[in-house]
Design a binder for this molecule. Sequence first.
Ligand code: KG4
Ligand code: ZN
Length: 364
Amino acid sequence: MTQTLTLLGIESSCDDTAAAVVRSGADGALILSSFVWGQTALHADFGGVVPEIAARAHAERVDLCVERALAEADLSLSDLDGIAVTAGPGLIGGVMSGVMCAKGLAAATGLPLIGVNHLAGHALTPRLTDNLAFPYLMLLVSGGHCQFLIVHGTDRFERIGGTIDDAPGEAFDKTAKLLALPQPGGPHVEREARAGDPRRFPMPRPLMDRPGCDMSFSGLKTALLRARDSVIAEKGGLTVADRADLCAAFQLAVCDILVGKSHRALDNYLALRPAVPAFAVAGGVAANGPVRAALSALCDEHQTRFTAPPLSLCTDNAAMIAYAGVERLLLGLVDDMRLAARPRWPLDPAAPALLGSGKKGAKA
Ligand code: KG4
Ligand code: ZN
């Protein structure tokens, strides 16, 4: 990559409005600015993301985010080489807000318009942060995503498995809710689990006895609910130790499922004999210490490099969209004013549709 390119990225597919500027050149890519305006407070009273509220907030905020990203990068529109925008998958009203803003900017400036798949943004992030060479194995694991991908190229993703029901982050959040811990639940469950005995309450490991890399997490919350209720029925309530034990049992089950299925995914991937084997994990659940440690150990056993982007680049952001835009622009994959917002947009059209969609809406 010798040509220097500076791209604006826009992301508005869920509950974060974001804009960023990324410059890429001979020495790799640099994030010049990355601004994320979250909407957690707007949806807090509703127990989930309300699509209409999200769409309105994106429409109101997206141009302000672009202004802010350009100001932080100390650049103006005339310094850019292209406008990249998430064109799906996601909540359609939000995606449309971003796409309309990007089209307006592209029409006004004459710059190339590049529609980016949000999941491709996540999946290409290890190239932005660690310069990984194709093909690498990717586990996207968050509140809305859970899939194994072999990333063969900028526009070629092979999905070799995923959740058939809940995403793991969603399972962490539901566990937290059942145990009266704050949301988002992952970090709280992780903290409680540190003091717990993971063996006291048995938890299922669904689909582990079946071949393939598909996963299931919804049975865990039912098992947790039963275990919790049996303790309450016996003692009239939960002690701090009971809660810690429940969290530890749940977290160990998630780790075991992710590691067991990652092992199979690695076997599939390593059969391709990649020159520099690499496994990247991304998404909010990648912040979980025991999950990271277990996946990292698995990679050590298989002489495979393990990488996890920093959390700010694991969660939704526009730098990943700008970077994916750079890769697409270099390949001449440019869109025009017919670019449409897509609520569904599987990364691997050849893979069968997954049943699960995650709490933030269908993603694959
Ligand atoms: O990637 P993300 O910010 O948003 C999407 O879902 O797209 O992921 C958020 C999810 C939440 O479900 C949250 O509970 C989970 O990631 N999470 C964690 C941890 N930190 C965040 N789960 C387990 N352990 C953590 N430390
Ligand atoms: Zn995302």
